[in-house]
Design a protein around this ligand. Structure first.
Ligand code: DAH
Length: 334
């Protein structure tokens, strides 16, 4: 049998053996046995030198082609075995549920806001919304806040670089005006939303925070309606033992105006008897005139308070910035 005739059967035998290797060590062994320095196929190549000039080119070409084929199988087989050895030995069902369920959750401020909204819904309030980029008129003028009022100072308000003097709203009271401009009385709304003030961030201040505004307009609305409503909501939010107290105050859009203090075991825990929590009052007749409501016919009250403040008392958090850093170690606790 000539050398040329030996190539094919030898190659077939080598391919079969490489193919059959069950793991990497046996593959390396098969490689040595066939194309290693002492391998059988290598032996065949060594014999090329002994061939005649006529036979050598043809046989050489055939041997080289066969070797390329063997090496290519060797490589692909090695890749496949390497991949297989990296896989878990037992079949994995990737559709099984994870053993530890760590689902996301709502931000504490969102949770508190939802609780506030839920309480007000029970007594017939609906949620209203308004723009965070406001104009002077809705944020101040229509609320009877004169041009020389300190709240309108450049120090306190973010002004946008625009011709029409747009600002970032400093309170959600602007939405009172937007709602009353659009709908006739009666009105019973709450407005949770983001507000902005030029404060430097510290433990109790942040340049943006959230408020809830409330507005109730109807016939013969009184301060006792206001007090009863505020008391109901704060008891829902802070527990049955919560007490409410009104102190006279000044806001340009209400008359009379009050500051609301509240007391509860949570407040006692902070070493205090009362905490100031909200502003409120009876809607000023000027405000009604500005939106086209007849102040002789309609009466109403309004209030506003900060959501972070509520959340801080409720969860005993002493730094407002925690709400905005979004450190998961903090967020996971709620
Ligand atoms: N706008 C006030 C603030 O940002 C809160 C407030 C006080 C809202 C009295 C009212 C109100 O509606 O009647 O501090």
């Amino acid at each position: 049998m000539s050398l040329l005739d030996e190539i094919e059967p030898l190659k077939a035998e080598a391919l079969a053996e490489l193919e059959a290797a069950p793991d990497l060590p046996s593959l390396e062994q098969a490689k040595g046995a066939w194309i290693g320095p002492k391998g059988r196929f290598t032996g065949l190549m060594k014999q090329l030198g002994g061939l005649s000039k006529e036979e050598r080119p043809l046989a050489g070409k055939a041997v080289n082609a066969a070797k390329v084929e063997l090496e290519s199988l060797l490589n692909s087989k090695r890749d496949a075995l390497e991949l297989a050895s990296a896989m878990p030995s037992r079949a994995t069902d990737f559709t099984l549920p994870g053993r530890r369920r760590r689902v996301g959750r709502l931000h504490p401020l969102t949770q508190v806001t939802e609780d506030i909204v839920k309480s007000f819904r029970k007594i017939g309030f609906v949620v209203a919304d308004g723009p965070e980029v406001e104009d002077d008129y809705h944020c101040f003028d229509a609320l009877n806040t004169p041009a020389d009022h300190p709240a309108r100072d450049m120090q306190d308000t973010f002004f946008l670089d625009s011709k029409d003097r747009l600002i970032l709203r400093t309170h959600t009271s602007s939405v009172q005006i937007r709602v009353m401009e659009k709908q006739p009385p009666p009105v019973r709304i709450i407005v949770p939303g983001r507000v902005y003030r030029r404060d430097t961030a510290d433990a109790t201040h942040n340049p943006t925070f959230q408020q809830v505004e409330g507005l109730y307009v109807d016939k013969n609305v009184t301060v006792s309606d206001l007090k009863g409503t505020v008391e109901f909501v704060f008891r829902e939010l802070m527990g049955k033992d919560t007490k409410i107290r009104f102190r006279p105050h000044y806001f340009s859009y209400t008359e009379p105006s009050f500051e609301i203090d509240f007391s509860s075991p949570l407040v006692k825990k902070m070493g205090k008897d009362w905490l100031e929590i909200a502003g409120c009052g009876m809607v000023h007749p000027k405000v009604f005139e500005n939106v086209g409501y007849d102040p002789e016919e309609w009466t109403g009250w309004a209030f506003g308070f900060g959501i972070e403040r509520i959340a801080m008392i409720r969860y005993a958090i002493n730094d407002i910035r925690l709400f905005y850093e979004n450190d998961v170690r903090f967020l996971r606790q709620f």
